[in-house]
Design a protein around this ligand. Sequence first.
Ligand SMILES: [Zn+2]
Length: 327
Amino acid sequence: MRTRELANLRAYHLTVDIGGTKTACAAGTSSGEILARREHPTPLARGPEACLERIARDLRRVLRQIKGTLPAPVSIGVACGGPLDSRAGVIYSPPNLPGWDAVPVKAFLEERFGLPTFVENDANAGALAEHRFGAGRGTRNLVYLTLGTGIGGGIIAEGRLYRGTTDDAGEIGHTTILPDGPECLCGKRGCLEALVAGPAIGKRAQRLAGENPQSLMHRLARGGEITAVHALQAARQRDGAAREVWRETGYFLGIGIANLIQVLNPQVIVIGTIAVHARDLLLRPTRDSARRHAWPRALKAVRIVPAKLGERVGDLAALCCALNAGR
Ligand SMILES: [Zn+2]
């Protein structure tokens, strides 16, 4: 290995990506190279203390894996579902981590490892990762949207993460798109999430399949519940009702995105998960709808693209926290 590569490798960071089903611990360099990695099912039933102990154990294993080749790590980055206080590094009962009420992740890891630890909600951390390593490389103004069972969002403004006054900036999933629309898990009605996240697409597919007995979606679901996955498979086979599912979804997503364009005037809007799978089936009607609802000049300046990092986003998001990229 050349001297310069070695010198770069000398600085490395520990990462923790905490999810509702699994938690990944890794070591990575500032250029995004993952040196070692371990993953375990999040032991939610045993409470937050057990989860933290398990994280500490896996981090020690990761350290052992690369020991002897490198000096000590520089910092730890943690990406986790919000709400959380990023400055204090305390996690407050995220929907995907029941029982986690005021869990001091930062204090725990700093005490155990003696390393500065930075905690960020996973959507903000994902925005940092797509900005630094993914679809938003080289841009100054970016909005990142996760589009899965819920919608998370993160805003990079003038090259920096924009957190807002109480760490709540970027909660794009809960902007109101349709007054008196479908109920949202947050308690409001007509939120973007209630209209275009996975479960909402599933409901739309069920409705449109119900109105179209000939739709391929019925056969694909084999008598079971019709979901967004069936709508995608059927749309790829040019099923009219399934294509309408994506057109309607894109219509609402486009309104949400037009609002972002009007407020933030970004260069790129990066959309993850479902948009990565559905691609133009979703993005074409989304762009059409954004065009109808945003001013032309701001619209011309923005690209609406699927996320690029795929499965790697979790590790790289936590890595961006460790690099303190958000400050
Ligand atoms: Zn909501």
